[in-house]
Each structure stands twice: as C-alpha cells, then as structure tokens.
Write a protein that binds this ligand. Structure first.
Ligand code: SF4
Length: 639
C-alpha cells in the first residue's frame, strides 16, 4: 500500500470460548495478547467460558433455569432437576454468596457451608458416602481432619455447583458440562453435519446467554478482528456459536479460528461450511500466521503470502502456506492477563487429594519453560506435530524476567508450567536463577521421570518454589515402556519420584491402559507397581487414561511395529485425530479400566493399599507376578 494510504487500524480481541476451566484463565489468549502487544498491535482479551458460567450461576441465571424446569414435563425431571425444583428458593438465596465464597471474597461463609444446613443438597452430595466414618458420624471429618474448614466448605460448594451443572444438562442443554461441553460434535468427528445441525437449531438458554455475552464483549472493545482459540473439542461448539453471532450482527469483523484442537484435528480441513463462520483458520503456533494475517488485513501483504492458513475460495477450502520461520520462543514476549477478571475465577475442590486439587483450585499463572518436547519419542504421542516436535528453549534470565513481570502484573505468585515435559537442564538453570534472585514463587509442572532428577536437583527445585510435579509412568511395565520408547524404567521412576517426594514435592503419575499388546497380566502387574509406589511414598496421586491411537503418533503411523492393524478412517472433510485399531491380544480393556480407576481413587485417599490388587477387579484375574517388595528393593539400589 502506498505511503499516503495509511493501513487501516486494527483491534484484535482474543476470546477463550466455553468450556475450558473455571479456576484460572486458559493461557492461549494471554500468550497471544502479550505477543501482539509486544509487536505494537492493539490487542485485548476476554474469557467467555468464565463469563458464561458466572452469568448462568447467578440469581437471574437460575431464575431463567427455573423457567426451563417449569416448561419440562414432570416425568422428564431427573433426580438433579427434582432436587432443584424442590429447593429452588434456597438455590436462589445461596448462589450469589457461594460464588463470592469460591472467588475468595467471603471466607467466613465457610462456617455455614461446612455446617451442612446452609446449602441445598442434590444427588452429587451422595458422593460423600464413599468416605469412611471415623466414628464421629461425620464422613468429611475423616477426609479433612479438624483443620480443614475452608477446604471442607469448598468441596461442599463444588458439589453444589456440580448439581447445578447437572440441572443445566437435564433441563436446558443435554450437552452441558463444566468441561467437555458438546465435545462429541467435534472430537475426531469426520463430518461437519452434527455441528452444522446444532448451529442451525433454535438457541437454548445457554446459547442465548453466550450470544448476549459475545455482543457485550464486542460493544466493550470494538474489535476489527476476533481470534477464537480452541484448545480442545469441548470448546468447539461454543466457538462456532460465538462466530455465528459475530457474522450475523457484525459481519465486518474478521473471525479467525486456531488453537490446539485445530492443530491436532483440522490439519486436513476441507469443509467449506466452516468458513460460513470463520474467515481464516490457522495451524500450529499462532504467532507467525497471525502477524502475516494482520499484515494482509492491512493491505501490506498479499493473500498468497499468508502462513499456515486455510481460506475458502470459490466454495473450496484452500491451504496457503508461504514458508516463513516461526517466531522464536525467546522472542514471543511475556504473556499478559491484563483485561481478564482475575478476582472472579472459582477455586473449586472436586478431589480431596492434595495433588489432584491443583488442577481446579487456585489461580495459577501459566507459563512454558520451553516450546515443544526435548524427548519427542514416545510412540503414543503426537510427535509429528509442531507443538511436540519443535523444541526451543529460552535462557533462565529471559524466563525469570517473564516470571517477575507476571508477578508484578497479576500480584499472584503461583505458576503452573504447562510444558508437555519441562526439560531438566532448563529447570535447573531456572531454579538457580530464581533462588539467586530471591523470587518467592510457588510452581508446579509436567516432566519426564528421568534420572537427571537426582535428590540434589529435586531439592534445588523445591528451594526455588516447586510444590508438585506430574509425569508419565504410562503402563508400569518395563516391556511396554520400552515398546513405547518412553526412555524410563519402573525402577528408575520409583527412585526419581521418591527423590521428589523426599524433597517435599507432591508427585502425580499419568497412567495408561490398553496400549497395543498389553495383556491382562500386564495390567494386573502394572497396578501392583502403582500400589507399591503409593505404599512407598513415591507418588501421591495418579490418573488412568485409556490409550487412544492418534493419526499423528508413531503407533498411528507405523501400526505394524506395535502389532496392531488400523481400521479405515470414515470419509470426511472435518476433524481427524483418533483412529480405531485391532489388537490381536483381544483384551477387554474397558472391563479392566473400571477396576483401575476405582483402585487409584482409593489409593489417593490412602485406602486399600494393603489389599491384593486382584480384589479391585469384579471378575477373576491372574495373581501379580511382581514381588511384593519390588519397589522397596529398587529404592535401596543406587540410581
Ligand atoms: S509423551 Fe511427553 S515426554 Fe513423551 S514425547 Fe510426548 S511430550 Fe515428550
């Protein structure tokens, strides 16, 4: 564009669509906004996931829900809806104070909530029956001890909100959940038809509320470009509803779709109807494609020179990728939370386990220590994709400067390092820098349990503020860990996790079942290892995931190396990620999964650690082949 025609002004609004998480902002808009501002772009952000929940869970919101309940035939009332209808006045009277309590604005309400006469109770409160009564007649007394008044109240208030989420699901929108909202419309969904049908359906209360919030956000910021960053399938439907509102009411606004879901599932996008809602869809790290797109929108770059961007041309989807280097991790700037309502997030307490609660409780500043994974070998992981394969770090000085800037901005000193696997060398350098600067933060993050994490390094990390770490033990079986190319052994994991625990750092293990060739014996043995890891104080928390084969993983790309055959993918122009496979081992992993989850849930609460692991299974399984003191012996050996 000639110099006498200045580029049109841009104002970029990045939006977190529902649902993501309620205790702290999902970090994508903070990264994008920080980056765009560092490049002189006028950028703002909104969390419509939090806003939607706060609007629905308000006295006015619940009155609207009550109207939906009244319109529902009585025979369709679920137990949650019945409980709500019977105690409606109490719900309306308590919702405002409970939200204020969960936002940390009214701590003294804990006394009334914990007394169990204040909150109306629905079916979710039945979960309290799992706790052991220690003779006091108070099941939560056992779980919290005498000191946990705030935690006890927070847990009860969380059950109360979960009851209300169930009412929303049963009376307003069957797809509603605080996480995974309408996820089946998008996750590995080959055709756009279900999503198109849902978007064409008359709006319900949730849709109407989201539409109102979208229009309010536009009125507040006056954006020329709206970015919708969609991390997972459970945020796709709402992102499309937001874009639909924008196209109907503000068609001059440019809409852009990106984020983790796009990066994994829409790499072969060929569905033109997506572009009824979005003008552009960008792939992988957003910085470079966005800079190119903004230049294009200002007339300073031709359309042919867009980077990793899908567009619709003459009714057909076209992928444009003028190869340009990505913005280096050290150059992406400091994320900013400016504009997000940091005092409005809800500290929920779903799980009483001290490690597990970190995911839902407390406001954590989210930061990455590096881009990608330094290991990038695990055969179940998306190692062929940029977010794993492009490993780039930044110096400890740059990271510590970012941390200082974030603490100054937010006034909060808790950090969650959201790396896929934070590199030990970088953590060591960062910890040394934090200790030298006297930066008083608390942090937790994800690592690989590799032997570099010596007792000395674990202590240094603890001194720098590390309170918890999580890592993949996957299937606790040396044969399967080798097949997975995980690069760790069970004994090594035992020693490393114990070193963390001895340094006072909580440890969470990601566990897996259903990996190719995994037998029933492998599963029983893996559970025995896990039992011993709990028993020996190596881990305090864990979660069993069912193995899923993705098209981007080594298993999906070379199934014969793992003894499985892939089922053909259904034809489609939309999402593509998980792929079904046939494992000749023929094990019914679904049947085993229930027992594994029950066992780990109990172990996390310190229950059943002395039981034979066979007792968790509702059918006969073989005896474990693992010696009962195997982990104890591993811990006695030098690393
Ligand atoms: S599973 Fe974790 S450690 Fe393994 S390649 Fe993926 S990100 Fe890296």
């Amino acid at each position: 564009m000639p110099a006498d025609h200045p580029a049109p002004p841009l104002r970029v609004l990045s939006v977190i669509p529902p649902m993501t998480q309620l205790n702290t902002p999902y970090p994508s808009t903070a990264y994008l906004t920080g980056f765009l501002r560092s490049r002189g772009v006028d950028a703002v952000q909104e969390d419509l996931a939090l806003a939607l929940v706060l609007r629905l869970l308000s006295p006015d919101g619940l009155r609207a829900v009550a109207a939906c309940v009244e319109a529902l035939p009585r025979k369709k009332h679920s137990p949650a809806v019945q409980a709500f209808a019977a105690q409606q006045a109490r719900y309306l009277a308590t919702i405002g104070p409970v939200i204020a309590f969960l936002q940390g604005r009214d701590a003294t309400l804990a006394h009334r909530i914990a007394g169990r006469h204040y909150l109306p109770e629905g079916p979710r409160f039945e979960s309290l029956d799992v706790y052991v009564d220690d003779g006091s007649g108070d099941p939560l007394g056992w779980a919290f001890g005498s000191l946990g008044l705030q935690d006890r109240a927070r847990h009860l208030a969380t059950l109360y909100l979960n009851d209300l989420a169930d009412v929303l699901r049963d009376a307003v929108d069957p797809r509603f959940e605080f996480v995974r909202y309408a996820e089946s419309l998008a996750g590995s969904q080959p055709t756009f038809d279900p999503l198109a049908d849902a978007l064409a359906a008359p709006p319900n209360l949730v849709d109407d509320t989201l539409q109102a919030l979208t229009l309010e956000a536009v009125a507040r910021h006056g954006p020329t470009v709206v970015l919708l960053s969609v991390p997972f399938p459970g945020a796709v439907y709402a992102a499309f509803r937001i874009a639909q509102t924008l196209k109907a009411r503000h068609p001059q606004i440019t809409t852009v779709l990106g984020g983790g879901f796009v990066n994994t599932e829409l790499r072969e996008l060929a569905e033109p109807r997506v572009f009824d809602h979005f003008d552009y869809v960008t792939l992988d790290a957003g910085e470079r494609p966005l800079l190119s797109l903004l230049e294009h929108l200002q007339g300073r770059r031709g359309r042919q020179r867009l980077v990793r961007t899908f567009v619709r041309e003459a009714g057909t989807v076209r992928y444009i990728n003028m190869a340009e280097p990505d913005v280096a991790f050290a150059e992406v700037g400091t994320p900013t939370w400016d504009g997000l309502p940091l005092d409005k997030y809800l500290s929920l307490l779903d799980m009483l386990n001290p490690m597990h609660r970190l995911w839902s409780d407390g406001r954590w500043n989210k930061l990455t220590v590096a881009h990608g994974c330094y290991w990038k070998k695990c055969s179940f992981c998306d190692v062929s994709l940029d977010y794993i394969s492009r490993y780039e770090g930044a110096s400890a000085t740059v990271l510590a400067d970012r941390i200082d800037a974030i603490v100054r901005e937010t006034g909060q000193t808790g950090f969650h390092f959201v790396d896929e696997a934070a590199p030990p060398k970088a953590l060591k350098a960062l910890a040394t820098e934090l200790v030298a600067r006297g930066t008083g933060i608390s942090w937790w993050g994800n690592i690989r349990f590799e032997k570099t994490f010596s007792p000395e390094l674990c202590q240094l990390l603890a001194d720098s503020g590390c309170i918890a770490i999580s890592g993949g033990l996957e299937v606790a079986s040396d044969r399967l860990l080798t097949l997975m190319k995980k690069g760790v052994s069970v004994d090594q994991v035992a020693r490393v996790t114990r070193a963390f625990s001895d340094a006072g750092i909580l440890v969470h293990a990601y566990l897996m079942y259903g990996f190719p060739t995994q037998t029933v014996q492998d599963t029983v043995d893996a559970l025995e290892y896990v039992r011993q890891l709990f028993e020996n104080g190596c881990i305090q928390s864990g979660f069993f995931h069912r193995f899923a084969c993705t098209v981007h993983s080594p298993v999906g790309q070379n199934p014969e190396d793992y003894g499985v055959t892939l089922q053909p993918l259904p034809p489609g122009a939309f999402a593509k990620n998980d792929i079904a496979f046939h494992d000749p081992t023929g094990v019914d992993h679904d049947a085993l999964g229930g027992a594994l989850k029950k066992a780990i849930y109990n172990y996390m609460h310190g229950i059943g650690l002395e039981e034979d692991v066979r007792s968790w299974f509702p059918f006969k399984v073989p005896k474990t082949t693992v010696a009962r003191n195997r982990i104890e012996r591993a811990l006695r050996q030098p690393a």
